[in-house]
Design a protein around this ligand. Structure first.
Ligand SMILES: *[C@@H]1O[C@H](CO)[C@@H](O)[C@H](O)[C@H]1NC(C)=O
Ligand SMILES: [Zn+2]
Length: 271
């Protein structure tokens, strides 16, 4: 989630790059040579192509409950923010069951990027890694407030009381809009070492958490806006769609002018 004073920064690299370099041949994209690539141990750097084909075969047996493979947890450093309407933001995010140095490094880099972009919360899909992981610090400054890392979070209770709050999102640079959400939530999650914990959140932490939790379900903040509020940011969403088309040469995978609220937005009580 974006802090209030966020300056809009143009992302010059293709948002697809982290995905391409991670899941397809590493050397096929010349640009990725300027990145450092991080993976969990089991994925040997020597044979990315073999890894991809093994992944493709396993793809047939993927179930809803499947955990992220080492390949799913690869990332390119430095991380970059994936912007709307990149399909990475709508892809399924797998649960994590490998709590290793690679995960720690990813979390470290997510905090760095979040502070650099004046964010107060960031989810893994927003940096091109489709796993159930979020970081946040409502203080928004390194060395201030509390850094919170949630792995595989589940919301098991929400307050009946809802409140309106003006939200921003790092994947929608410069766009802010009012969104109604429960005032407080009770969450069950794992920490960086895999330990389970429960936490009760209210105030700004509850707000940031729910925004990031939505990302982990592939839900974006405009999915929760009223028609009027959505109308107020329509032209800005269209501008992002155009920007994506220019950058990738692909048609926008989402078109706000054809947007219909047919999809059920995931509830909070269950995941
Ligand atoms: C959360 O709140 C409930 C009461 O509503 C309390 O019983 C529980 O201990 C709290 N959990 C934490 C982790 O603070
Ligand atoms: Zn966001």
């Amino acid at each position: 989630m974006a802090g209030r004073l966020q300056a809009s920064t143009a992302i010059s690299f293709s948002a697809l790059l982290p995905l391409l370099s991670c899941r397809s041949s590493f050397s096929a994209t010349g640009k990725s040579l300027s990145f450092r690539r991080f993976c969990s141990k089991p994925l040997a750097l020597s044979s990315p192509l073999m890894e991809v084909s093994a992944q493709a075969r396993r793809g047939f047996s993927f179930q809803e409950g499947d955990f992220a493979s080492p390949a799913d947890l690869c990332f390119e450093s430095p991380l970059k923010i994936v912007e709307y309407p990149d399909p990475i933001l709508r892809a399924r995010n797998k649960r994590i069951n490998t709590f290793d140095e690679n995960l720690k490094k990813l979390v470290e880099e997510m905090f760095d990027l979040m502070y650099r972009t004046d964010g107060i919360g960031l989810s893994a899909p927003q940096v091109g890694v489709n796993v159930q992981l979020m970081v946040f610090n409502p203080a928004g400054e390194h060395g201030e407030g509390e850094e919170i890392v949630l792995v595989n979070p589940v919301v098991y209770k929400t307050s009946k009381r809802s409140i309106l709050y003006n939200e921003g999102c790092l994947s929608f640079p410069g766009i802010y809009a009012d969104i109604e959400r429960p005032a407080s939530v009770k969450v069950d999650a794992r920490d960086l070492t895999g330990g389970r914990f429960k936490v009760n959140l209210s105030g700004l932490p509850a707000r940031v958490f729910q925004h990031e939790f939505d990302h982990l379900q592939g839900t974006l903040f405009f999915d929760r806006m009223t028609e009027d509020v959505l109308e107020s940011i329509r032209s800005e969403l269209k501008a992002l769609e155009k920007k994506y088309e220019r950058r990738t040469g692909l048609p926008s995978p989402e078109i706000i002018d054809k947007y219909e609220r047919t999809k059920e937005v995931a509830g909070f009580a269950r995941t």
